[in-house]
Ligand binder design. Structure first.
Ligand code: PAN
Ligand code: ZN
Length: 194
């Protein structure tokens, strides 16, 4: 591996964002149409109000190769699509045995994890929560609050990101607002995606 100069970044601890980022990725509702269970709600939002920013990832720009520890911040805007909370696309790591660490910096949300056999778990996150994504769990985060939900993430450089598995079948469960509470319910579209 080529020698790399040491460096430091700054995180705005109020907003929970990397102030200087080598790469910024914005995910809008139109980028993740198939991620939400309520297809009609997606189309209704796009028609009525146009596109919507769901989340932004700011990455430090570390090479995604073995030995490095890439890291980033993610900010998910508050809101819902139908009754499903705004969330990230979610992914497995290509190398399934690569873990990850999340540190919540702002807002409130849930980390939703799914094992290969479809088992789903959630971990509540608020400022100061360090959440561990163990090897072999797909992971996504959802904003369950009314402010932006932000967290720092660091993962092994050779983990890789497999979005296709989740895009194809979705998570077995979705996080929705029911009677004022965030609850996990069966995904009505699981396995039945076009
Ligand atoms: C995170 C995620 C980030 C955005 O840095 O990449 O929160 O979520 P998606 O990648 O699912 O769009 C991470 O888990 N990296 O491995
Ligand atoms: Zn990951």
């Amino acid at each position: 591996m080529a020698r790399m100069e040491p460096f430091a970044s700054r995180i705005d601890l109020g907003a929970g964002t990397l102030e200087t980022a080598a790469a910024i990725i914005q995910r809008k509702l139109s980028d993740m149409r198939s991620a939400y269970a309520d297809e009609a709600a997606v189309e209704q939002i796009l028609a009525a109000e146009g596109d919507r920013l769901i989340y932004e990832v700011r990455a430090a720009g570390i090479d995604e190769v073995e030995g490095h520890i890439p890291h980033s911040t993610t900010v998910i805007q508050p809101g819902r699509v139908g009754d499903e909370f705004h969330m990230t696309k979610g992914h497995f790591h290509v190398k399934r045995d690569r873990a990850e660490i999340y540190l919540c910096l702002a807002g409130q949300g849930q980390l939703i994890l799914q094992a290969e056999d479809g088992t789903v778990r959630t971990v509540a996150m608020e400022r100061g929560t360090v959440a561990y994504v163990p090897p072999s769990w797909a992971h996504r985060t959802a904003n369950t609050g009314d402010r932006p939900f932000a967290f720092f993430a660091a993962w092994p450089g050779d983990a890789g990101h497999d979005y296709g598995t989740i895009e194809a079948s979705g998570f077995a469960k979705i996080l929705v607002l029911r009677d004022g509470e965030a609850v996990l319910v069966d995904n009505p579209r699981r396995g039945g995606r076009p």
